[in-house]
Design a protein around this ligand. Structure first.
Ligand SMILES: Nc1ncnc2c1ncn2[C@@H]1O[C@H](COP(=O)(O)OP(=O)(O)O)[C@@H](O)[C@H]1O
Ligand SMILES: [Mg+2]
Length: 231
């Protein structure tokens, strides 16, 4: 099982949304995904409940509550034995022993950021923390910034400046644009399942186009990550 962690010092950076999106993209490719919930607010447990209610939960995925180190170790062991292809970790907030262990055990670290100066400062601080920790422990893990909520249309001058700063850093090649389909995932469930349901229902067919584009974007991010992990 490959471990992919979503980490950022800043709340509201898009960690949970990026995780839900990547989970949908990988589950769409028939992968078995373990989701490790280390945020005590339990956004993933609620996501699963909402998704099941909407018939938009892929049974090949499971949520493991792992907000303390012994729970994380136990959950990781269970998932590894259970034949899951990927573990996705929603790591929350400030540095902690649990987060350090998550960083040290990850194959891929994704740092989501929006395009404001404050968000970028926090993303850079997060990356620096990750790199220093990995170097101190003599470990290696792929690390990339994932640009979140990038406007579909024209960027403002400050967003363009933010883009230029990020350009010299290790980046996921495709951003997650600002899309209603992403914001709605936490209520609706997994995006690939929502898209399949929309296609069957004449009333929602109009929304299908936008949701499908979101799913295509996620597929590109998923392919980028899988390719890096295979290399
Ligand atoms: N690409 C996106 N498009 C639209 N809304 C987004 C996007 N990324 C994040 N959001 C919204 O931003 C808010 C914060 O995102 P969230 O994933 O909860 O951040 P974090 O887990 O880092 O605290 C949520 O309301 C989420 O729906
Ligand atoms: Mg979150």
């Amino acid at each position: 099982m490959k471990l992919i962690s979503f980490y950022s010092f800043k709340g509201g950076a898009g960690k949970t949304t990026a995780l839900m999106g990547l989970c949908s993209a990988l589950a769409f490719k028939q992968k078995k995904i373990a989701l490790f919930e280390s945020d005590q607010n339990r956004p993933l447990t609620r996501w699963k409940e909402n998704a099941i209610r909407n018939d938009a939960w892929d049974q090949a995925c499971e949520v493991f509550v792992a907000d303390e180190l012994p729970l994380m170790v136990d959950a990781y062991g269970q998932a590894d034995l259970g034949g899951f292809d990927y573990g996705l970790v929603d790591a929350h907030g400030a540095p902690s022993h649990l987060n350090n262990c998550i960083i040290g055990s990850s194959d891929y670290l994704l740092v989501p950021t929006m395009l404001t100066p404050l968000d970028i400062d926090e993303a850079l601080a997060t990356c620096r923390y990750i790199i220093e920790l990995l170097m101190a422990e003599r470990l290696q893990a792929h690390t990339a910034i994932l640009r979140m909520r990038v406007p579909i249309g024209r960027l403002t001058v400050s967003q363009r400046a933010a883009y230029d700063i990020l350009d010299v850093l290790p980046l996921c090649d495709t951003p997650m644009h600002e899309r209603d389909a992403y914001a709605a995932m936490k209520e609706r469930g997994m995006l690939h399942m929502t898209v399949a349901k929309m296609a069957d229902d004449p009333a929602t067919r109009r929304m299908l186009h936008y949701s499908q584009r979101a799913l295509d974007e996620l597929a590109m991010i998923g392919a980028f990550i899988e390719k890096t992990l295979e290399s």
